[in-house]
Design a binder for this molecule. Sequence first.
Ligand code: SF4
Length: 280
Amino acid sequence: MEILLAKSAGFCFGVKRATQMAFAAAAEYSHICSLGPIIHSPQVVDKLAEQGVEVIEQVENIPAGAVIIRSHGVTAGEIQAILDRDLTMVDATCPFVKKAQEYAARLGAEGYSVVIVGEAEHPEVQGIVSYAATGQVLVVANAAEAEKLPRLGRVGIVAQTTQSFENLRQVADICMKKSRELRVFNTICDATTVRQNEAREIAQQVDVMLVIGGYNSANTTRLAHICQEILPDTHHLETAQEIESSWFTGARRVGITAGASTPRWLIDEVVSRVAELAGK
Ligand code: SF4
C-alpha cells in the first residue's frame, strides 16, 4: 500500500507561530491562560494544559498573570479589557488577521462603510467587525447576500483570511455597482486554498483518504468534505488511535492530509500507523 502525504499538511504559518509563542509563554509565566482555545486542536490544547495554560473564555474570569491571544484574534473590546486589567498580554494573533483588523479600523475611521466578506459567526470575523465599529459595518457571506445590501456611498471591503478569492471578487463586483467609491483590501491568506487544492489532487489519485484535524476545526472539516465529494472513502480523524484496519481493505494507495491547526506529531503518528498496517 502506497502512502501519499500532502506537502502542505498541518500547521500554517500563523498557527505554528501562535503555538510556539504559547509554549514559550507557558515556560516563562507561572500564571497563564489563553482567551479561548489557542488553536482548533484539542490535542495541542491538552498539551498546553499540561504546561499550565488554562482556557478561559471571558476576560473578567482571568484571575491574574499572563493571557495568550489566539491566532485568529479577539475583539478590540477584549484587548482593551485585558489592558485595563493590567494583565500581561502575549499577542499571538496571526499577522495576516492583524492586517485585516487594521484595514477595517482604518476604513471605519475614514468614514467608509465597511463590508466584511466572511462568516458572521466566526470569531475572526467578529474580531474584524469590532475594529471597524466606528462606522457602518456589514458582514456578507457571498454574492447573494451582497445583492441584498442597500445603496452605499463610500465602501471599503476586507475579507476573512480564509475566504476564496472568487467569493471576494464576486462581492466586490456587486459592491462596485452599489457604491460611489470602492476600496478593496485583499486580506485573504492562501494557506487554506493551498491545502484544499493539494487535497483535491491527492483524493483523485488514491483509494482511501485520511484527513487529520480537530472535529471543531472548520478548515479541517471543509478539507474532509472536499475530499469526500471526490472520494467517498474519506475519513476525518483526530488521532492515529481512531484508524480501523478495515478502511484499507483492497486499497493500493492511501492519501493523507491535515488541516492548518494539526500538529506534526499527530500527522507522523497517523503515517506510522498506516505504514504498519501496510506491512512496511
Ligand atoms: S490560515 Fe492564514 S491567516 Fe489564518 S492563521 Fe494560518 S497563516 Fe494566519
